[in-house]
Design a protein around this ligand. Sequence first.
Ligand SMILES: Nc1nc2c(c(=O)[nH]1)N[C@@H](CN(C=O)c1ccc(C(=O)N[C@@H](CCC(=O)O)C(=O)O)cc1)CN2
Length: 292
Amino acid sequence: MSACLPEDGRYCLTLACRSARGQVAAVTALLEQHGAYIEEFAVFDDVLSERFYVRTVFRIRGATDEDLETLRARYAGVLARFADAHGSIHDTRRPARVLIMVSKADHCLHDLLAQRRRGELHMDVVAVVSNHADLAPIAQAEGLPYHHFPITPETKAQQEAQVLQCIRGYGAELVVLARYMQVLSDDLCRELAGQVVNIHHSFLPGFKGARPYEQAHARGVKLIGATAHFATPDLDEGPIIEQALERVDHAYSPEQLLSTGRHVECLVLGRAIRYVLEHRVFINGLRTVVLR
Ligand SMILES: Nc1nc2c(c(=O)[nH]1)N[C@@H](CN(C=O)c1ccc(C(=O)N[C@@H](CCC(=O)O)C(=O)O)cc1)CN2
């Protein structure tokens, strides 16, 4: 059963629960019961938090949607046997519905759309939302809806209501802040907890805020970086998914730091979104577990 055939169902099962014996055996027994062929199987046991994480990708020959629902129902029974257990079975052929938010910087939007076009990111981009009109031509060139919702401190609540209505209206499962330069309110963060990934243009925890490159230049750093993290009410403090660094030196102008940084941001955001879309990322308190 080496090759994945068109009629095969291909799925990803995830599990996060309090650590205990028998969790791997319970998952593999369920998969064996359903004739699954396991392609990938990864676990992590966090002894400090006593949390256990499982991710497995498997195929079932000739599986139907009804078979998947049966499997999901039986997996619910497995989850019920373990403490504080959360898990899902995802159909890997169904692309996640992703809404991208931007402001004026276009590099991350261009890169995400190019990766989607090349099939490197398996996602259905449902719309682009922005507080500026500047990037509308990029979305329109891709045949994507573009929603311009201006914002001021006085209209923030109404603007966020428009944003949330848009997210729900498109049935977006993931929101990507691709250099969206407005701080989401605590209420919106809680409403979308675990569903919003932001790219911060520095190597956190260094240089938080809206202007990290200016801070980096003033500090005379020799390395600059970028950080993809879940957006939480605590600005720039959300659980980190991915980071990377690039060497710079004294001769770099602020503009050259920005230029180098753009490449690092695109690299980091692309990787982070792929990990999330492949169900590799688990939030573990203020941290993440990424089963790569
Ligand atoms: N709740 C959160 N919202 C957002 C986060 C986050 O971590 N939690 N990250 C930002 C992105 N970001 C840095 O990566 C960032 C964006 C904007 C600001 C900021 O101070 N914005 C000012 C307005 C600036 C402007 O208009 O140019 C503000 O909102 O008053 C800081 C950090 C995205 N949202």
